[in-house]
Design a protein around this ligand. Structure first.
Ligand code: KIV
Length: 279
């Protein structure tokens, strides 16, 4: 394989993924493969298979803890699960979610993010953001903390927005998501993550961005894809969103299913148009 990697992107022998690696993958047009993990055993499989970015998502509240939303997740929970995952990773870039109400102002965000990096071993934090939170992103970025801004459907605001629904489908909403992306990138976000936005809008934001853009239910024209690990293994009990694909089929092992997902993202057979949203 040519491009940013001297060795194949599988096995744990390759160089550790860094922010410059992710930027080079975007520049080279090579899809960035991302998945969530919440413990050391699964994280070791993801790392071995060559997943580029592992997210300890606050979805752990739903898929691990059995809650109906991500709202009950605390910084302590996130730190604990991040330490488990960090212990197993040798190559992948590790991102941890800032949970609900842990980043209401810059000083609280710095304290929460500091714990995720110093105690948890994360290399980047993700927050569910909008333009009004630019000062929080700026405070984290100027203190040397890499930030991923999660835009579009923001599950931590589900009560405010009336449930888990796609974002940016009306002209006004689409302009708002574009503006949020621009403002948070200007404030110092190093990655953008778009959840459940129309594929054309995601393509437009990706073209305008100067940082890698990762999508979930955001179509194929972004720089990388992320899914919840338990969803690609067919484990999640809740309603199956349209972008979810079960890769644990045909007698595959878990490692083979994760590898099949990685291969599908890299050869662009996932996502298909049916996995995305229209305006
Ligand atoms: O918490 C999470 O797992 C996430 C993914 C859905 C991207 O934010």
């Amino acid at each position: 394989m040519s491009g940013p990697y001297a060795s194949p992107r599988s096995g744990t022998s390759g160089p550790a993924v860094t922010l410059p690696t992710l930027r080079k993958l975007r520049q080279a047009g090579q899809p960035i493969v991302c998945l969530t993990a919440y413990d050391a055993s699964f994280a070791a499989i993801l790392d071995h298979v060559g997943i580029d970015l592992v997210l300890v998502g606050d979805t752990l509240g739903m898929v691990v803890q059995g809650h109906a939303s991500t709202i009950p997740v605390t910084v302590d929970h996130m730190v604990y699960h991040t330490t488990l995952v960090a212990r197993a990773l040798k190559r992948a870039w590790l991102v941890a979610d800032l949970p609900f109400l842990s980043y209401s102002d810059p000083s609280q965000a710095l304290a929460s993010a500091g714990r995720l990096l110093q105690e948890g071993g994360a290399k980047m934090v993700k927050l569910e953001g909008h333009a009004g939170q630019a000062a929080i992103v700026e405070a984290l970025a100027t203190n040397g903390i890499p930030v991923c801004a999660h835009l579009g459907l923001r599950p931590q605001s589900e009560y405010k927005i009336g449930g888990f629904r796609a974002a940016g489908r009306s002209q006004a909403e689409a302009e708002k998501v574009c503006e949020d992306a621009r403002r948070l990138e200007d404030a110092g976000a190093d990655l953008l993550l778009l959840e459940c936005v129309p594929s054309l809008l995601a393509a437009e934001i990706t073209r305008a961005a100067h940082v890698p853009v990762i999508g979930i239910g955001a179509g194929a024209s972004v720089d990388g894809q992320i899914l919840v690990l338990y969803d690609i293994l067919g484990l999640s009990q809740s309603i199956r969103p349209r972008f979810v694909e079960n890769f644990l089929t045909g007698g595959r092992s878990i490692a083979e299913a994760v590898a099949a997902y990685a291969e599908a993202v890299r050869n662009r057979s996932y996502p298909e148009p049916r996995h995305g949203f229209e305006s």
